[in-house]
Write a protein that binds this ligand. Structure first.
Ligand SMILES: Cc1ncc(COP(=O)(O)O)c(C=O)c1O
Length: 467
């Protein structure tokens, strides 16, 4: 292993000099290439399982890295990469068993209809291809997305990511934004008599309005569980109803599983399956956890959609997509999920973590909602019960203090007030207990007299004042 060659401060200075442009204002550092905990970033030099280690050997509990799906540096994945690297790595224009073995294995996890595969290198590439497939098949242009969604960093995907385009030049005429089916702080809440139909009707109305303007819907593009949108669990049955409206309009349903696929939700391998057995998307995109840190992505679709794409006569070629090393790693990830029963483990540990967090909700009024499935969990922090005002500063303070306790957690949602748990799937019961005990300690304020989170009497701490 290469030793840490520079001090943390030296690395930080070089990073600020070289990586993305740094803007300085009022002692606040801002760059387009952001660091976690930007005022006091962590330098990580190695990782194993659910733990990351800094240059001084201090161990951090990783509660957020859903890319290191089966655990950081899992020996089986490292071995699979090493063995294949010693033999061959080349593009997919030669016959190779790894490619077909991998596609076959993935097909066993999906409904039969999703039987054609394309391999790529990043979630963004997968979503861009999904968009092309949808447009080619439908011959329509328009896309419906959920508010606050993020689908990737390519130009085409910034256009369909309200989370990004709202801060840029705005919404394109071919993009339509539907409300997030969030029954905690959305348009229709837990007390609504039929939030499923109400949210689906919002999509129906959007389609009708678009048709009146002569526009045609190519796709409804949605994350199966909106992550950046605030760790949302759409009510079951919503996708079916939306798909009905979208299909009627000649469009297709694209499920972005880039964050949430591969057994994370416990009960099912794919998060869209939480909607019910009768729901099957037309296109599924995969990324992040698929390669446990190695850049792999995939698009799965139907024969009909693939045929329309092939009918253009234009070759689809991706230099690195589906290479033998990537496929060996992808296969090893699937093997480990099975061998270590990680789906069942996600259910067991996720349920335990949710139970502990719900107990905290009874104790600390700042916790408004605890929601999730398996090891995809959101804790919605609020300033007040009546309005459910996002407790943004408090959430920021809490994750900063947790970092000082060697726990890496992060926030999501438009109010940046939802603590997101998406740990490597080997996260244990002891880890769950440790993180919840620490949250309890911090919320109780027993260790920091400056912090009076309880009752929302807020005094900024040193960490908050620094930026
Ligand atoms: C839901 C979702 N889709 C797509 C992407 C883009 O993936 P990548 O960063 O691998 O291009 C992301 C990345 O954060 C994501 O969260």
């Amino acid at each position: 292993m290469r030793p840490a060659q520079r001090s943390r401060q030296e690395t930080l200075a070089l990073r600020r000099q070289l990586i993305g442009l740094l803007l300085l204002s009022d002692a606040c550092h801002s760059s387009s290439c952001k660091l976690f905990f930007s005022n006091d970033p962590v330098k990580i030099v190695k990782a194993k399982g659910q733990y990351m280690y800094d240059e001084n050997g201090r161990r951090y509990l990783d509660c957020i890295n859903n890319v290191a799906h089966v655990g950081h540096c899992h020996p089986d994945i490292v071995k699979a990469a090493h063995e294949q690297n010693q033999l061959l790595n080349t593009n997919s224009r030669y016959l190779h068993d790894n490619l077909v073995d991998y596609a076959e294995r993935l097909s066993k996890t999906l409904p039969e209809k999703l039987c054609i595969f394309y391999f790529l290198n990043s979630g963004s590439e997968a979503n861009d291809l999904a968009l092309r497939l949808a447009r080619q098949y439908t011959r329509h242009e328009d896309v419906i997305v959920l508010d606050h969604a993020y689908h990737g960093h390519l130009t085409s995907l910034i256009d369909i990511s309200p989370y990004k385009f709202r801060n840029l030049e705005g919404q394109k005429e071919w993009v339509h934004v539907a409300p997030v089916p969030d029954t905690y702080r959305g348009l229709y809440r837990e007390d609504h008599e039929d939030s499923v139909t109400a949210y689906a009707n919002e999509v129906k109305n959007i389609i009708e309005q678009a048709h009146k303007r002569g526009r045609k819907i190519a796709a409804f593009f949605v994350e199966s569980l909106p992550s950046v949108g605030g760790q949302i669990i759409p009510p079951a049955g919503y996708f079916q109803k939306v798909a009905e409206h979208v299909h009627k309009a000649g469009g297709v349903f694209i499920a972005d599983e880039i964050q949430v696929g591969f057994g994370r939700v416990g009960k099912h391998f794919w998060a869209f399956q939480l909607q019910g057995e009768d729901f099957i998307p037309d296109i599924v995109t995969m990324g992040k956890p698929i390669g446990n840190g190695h850049p792999i992505a995939c698009v799965a679709t139907t024969k009909e959609i693939a045929e329309a794409f092939a009918a253009t006569g234009v070759e689809y070629f991706n230099t690195f997509g589906g290479n033998p090393v990537s496929c060996a790693i992808g296969l090893a990830v699937l093997d480990v999920i099975e061998k270590e029963h990680l789906q069942a483990h996600a259910t067991e540990v996720g349920n335990f973590l949710m139970k502990l967090l719900k107990e905290q909700k009874m104790k600390h009024p700042i916790i408004g909602d605890v929601r999730g499935s398996g090891l995809f969990i959101g804790v919605d922090l609020i300033k007040d019960q009546a309005e459910r005002t996002p407790a943004t500063a408090e959430a920021e303070y809490l994750i900063t203090r947790l970092k000082e306790e060697y726990i890496l957690l992060s926030t999501d949602g438009p109010g940046r007030n939802v603590l997101k748990f998406k740990p490597p799937m080997c996260f244990s019961m002891e880890d769950a207990k440790f993180v919840v005990d620490t949250i309890d300690k911090l919320l109780t304020g027993s260790t920091d007299q400056n912090c009076l989170i309880e009752g929302c009497c807020w005094t900024a701490s040193k960490s908050m004042l620094s930026c």
